[in-house]
Design a protein around this ligand. Structure first.
Ligand SMILES: Cc1cc2nc3c(=O)[nH]c(=O)nc-3n(C[C@H](O)[C@H](O)[C@H](O)COP(=O)(O)OP(=O)(O)OC[C@H]3O[C@@H](n4cnc5c(N)ncnc54)[C@H](O)[C@@H]3O)c2cc1C
Length: 634
């Protein structure tokens, strides 16, 4: 074992924690009451007493040299997978995770926007692309990913969506046997522990799984206006996760008693003492070991406490490191596009189109309506107060339980959609407020900071309505035609890869956004919103001053200025049957041409789906566990 050199870039990019608690016995008592299971590990780290821990079971000091399966990444998919594989005693699993366990603050829904700037996130940036993210810091798009036991489900907004049946049936129709809606529905249901008044008895919901899915415990009246306006425009109020649920509905979230339920909480927390499941946080995998002659994967190298170590797998290595790190690890290990690997000095083991497909869900948060009534929307200064926090500790409600003021989801198919099937092209995320709701004296400004909007751009565009009552929807482009890719920067495992979103390069994506904006304007003009005097705020962007407000040209410029992403990157280890020239893994998620190696996370999704990607990630973990169990007779 030798000391490993960690590159300067990684150290520089390491985030800083934003939270600092005063040393107070009263606060200690409150926190321990709220989270009796949190155990202090390291008295040197003042945050550690708030942090969860995953000691090796059976008093083991260090992991074994060999396991049946080694899973890399304890994120949405990896946590579910490792948990299911070790349900019986037939398989041993080592789960390696680069990040730290969660802590009490990560449970707090209202703090969701803040984690993107902490060491619970990998702080990736897209390569500069002229004409998008023009209003963001450094004119680059920010792509944070979760770095924690629980992965991105520890820093996300907790929205629970499954996608439309057609999304999955199309994936299956491409030759991906097993991925039809009827089959994936079984796995969504297997995880779910739904408490959704009015829906939880429905045949496509399950009340007895492990992943809590609930409505948000606190809402404003604006969600009723959204649903009513929707009905006036022909959008049914539905369970949007139902097979026939194309419409508008209350948002469903992975929250219980007002607290975030990450994939780690749902799948790992209760199983810390399982003798056959060893979880190793703060352990970063740098390479999969593959025999170049037999093309069999047999182990991984990882770095823990600055020491390089090796662990072997008797049966399989499973990459669940997410849509950026899984393809990066494959390429570092010799599996990827031949030309690219040889150009950075990596010996090729298998030529595959790793990283050559990348889709993302971008969104536009800048269509904001000011209201002529006060106290109707969330504002941080009013709703995230100490009394609200104390109420949250005891009852799990109050503004503290709100996931960034998200209240409703609406699916629409705009008139420019050329999709032959009945699938939406835009998702509307109804906010009981907007990106100005966390402004004002002393407030966090968390959402705008999380999106990295430049202060000057924000102040010019929205300064006049900062910290006032507003309503907005974030419009999310569900099926972008523009396709991105990722590449290795070099062969250093600590470098970040080069990320190319290629956002809005297909003009149809711009047209869809504009059609969505026109649709939202009509919603806002209906009586339910006019009750509150909803009026479109004329945001003034320096970059767009040559265009008259509210023209198509203005909106295109606005979208290119505030190009936000909802961080649903997919496709980088694309699934497809043998013979599919774009495929990296087969429909059972085995890497084509390599034995003993699978990818199990959102990177395998070959097409865009009408959903946020946490629940699909968990479903992929569930499905993969069954595939592996059946392959190995477990
Ligand atoms: C800010 C934000 C908000 C979001 N909001 C929502 C939402 O509200 N609803 C929703 O459905 N989706 C949301 N998403 C997206 C969703 O959470 C992710 O798509 C999903 O969690 C991805 O799951 P995954 O299993 O593919 O990867 P991840 O959950 O990202 O897991 C990958 C894990 O691998 C670890 N890892 C990476 N490299 C290594 C390595 N070399 N060695 C060891 N471990 C490694 C990572 O640290 C991470 O823990 C959001 C994403 C972000 C960033």
């Amino acid at each position: 074992q030798k000391e490993f050199q960690i590159s300067k870039e990684t150290q520089d990019r390491k985030g800083k924690l934003l939270f600092s608690y005063p040393q107070s016995p009263v606060l200690d008592l409150l926190l321990k009451t709220a989270a009796p299971n949190y155990v202090a590990r390291n008295p040197q780290d003042i945050f550690d007493f708030l942090r969860d821990s995953y000691p090796l079971p059976g008093g083991l000091e260090s992991p074994l040299d060999e396991y049946d399966y080694v899973v890399v990444g304890a994120g949405s998919a990896g946590s579910a997978l490792a948990s299911r594989l070790t349900e019986g005693s037939k398989a041993s699993v080592l789960l390696l995770e680069a990040g730290k366990p969660e802590m009490l603050v990560t449970d707090v829904p209202v703090l969701a926007p803040l984690f993107q700037d902490t060491d619970y996130a990998w702080q990736y940036y897209m390569e500069r692309q002229p004409g998008v993210c023009m209003g963001m810091e450094d004119e680059r798009c920010f792509w944070p990913r979760g770095k924690a036991v629980g992965g991105t489900s520890v820093i996300n907004y907790m929205i629970y969506t499954r996608g439309r049946p057609q999304d999955w049936d199309r994936i299956a129709g491409d030759g991906n046997y097993g991925w039809s809606y009827d089959n994936v529905l079984k796995y969504y249901m297997k995880s779910e522990k739904a408490t959704l008044k009015g829906f939880d008895e429905n045949p496509y919901r399950n009340r007895y799984g492990v992943l809590p899915v609930e409505f948000v415990p606190v809402r404003t009246k604006l969600i009723e206006a959204f649903l009513e306006a929707g009905r006036l425009m022909g959008h049914r109020t539905v369970d949007y996760n139902a097979p026939d649920g194309f419409g508008f509905g209350y948002v469903q979230v992975t929250i219980s008693d007002g607290r975030r339920q990450s994939s780690a909480k749902a799948f790992l927390h209760k199983h810390k003492k399982r003798m056959n499941l060893h979880i190793l946080p703060e352990s970063r995998v740098i390479k999969v070991l593959i025999d170049p002659n037999t093309k069999v994967a047999y182990g991984v190298e990882y770095v823990r406490n600055r020491l390089k170590r090796t662990v072997k797998a008797r049966r399989e290595i499973i990459l669940s490191a997410g849509p950026i790190a899984s393809p990066q690890l494959l390429m570092l290990s010799g599996v990827g596009p031949k030309q690219q690997l040889t150009s950075v000095g990596i010996s090729l083991i298998k030529d595959l189109p790793v990283g050559q497909t990348l889709y993302d869900h971008i969104c536009f948060p800048g269509q904001i309506f000011s209201l002529n009534e006060t106290n109707v929307s969330f504002t941080e200064n009013r709703d995230a107060t100490l009394p609200a926090f104390i109420r949250w500790l005891y009852y799990g409600d109050s503004g503290i339980a709100s996931p960034g003021a998200v209240e409703g989801i609406g699916y629409i198919k705009t008139e420019v959609s050329d999709d032959p099937e009945d699938v939406p092209d835009i998702e509307l995320i109804s906010i009981g407020g907007s990106i100005v709701s966390d402004g004002g004296p002393g407030a966090s400004k968390g959402v705008r900071k999380g999106m990295k909007i430049k202060d000057s751009v924000f102040n010019e565009a929205f300064g006049s309505i900062d910290n006032t009552d507003t309503w907005s929807t974030f419009l999310m482009l569900l099926h972008p035609k523009s396709k991105g890719r990722l590449e290795l920067k070099d062969n250093n495992p600590f470098s970040f890869p080069k990320l190319y979103g290629n956002y809005l390069t297909d003009p149809r994506d711009v047209a869809t956004f504009i059609a969505g904006i026109r649709h939202v304007a009509k919603l806002a003009s209906t009586e339910p919103f006019q009750r509150y005097g909803a009026k479109l705020h004329p945001a003034n962007y320096r970059e767009c001053r040559m265009f008259a407000f509210d023209t198509d040209e203005y909106w295109e410029c606005a979208i290119r200025t505030l190009t936000a992403t909802l961080h649903h990157q997919i496709g980088t280890c694309r699934m497809g049957p043998a013979g599919d020239p774009e495929a990296v893994v087969d429909p059972e998620l085995r890497v084509h041409g390599i034995q003993g190696l699978r990818v199990v996370d959102t990177s395998v999704l070959p097409r865009t789906i009408s959903a946020h990607t946490n629940a699909p990630g968990i479903m992929i973990g569930e499905f993969a566990a069954d595939l592996i169990k059946s392959n190995w007779n477990l």
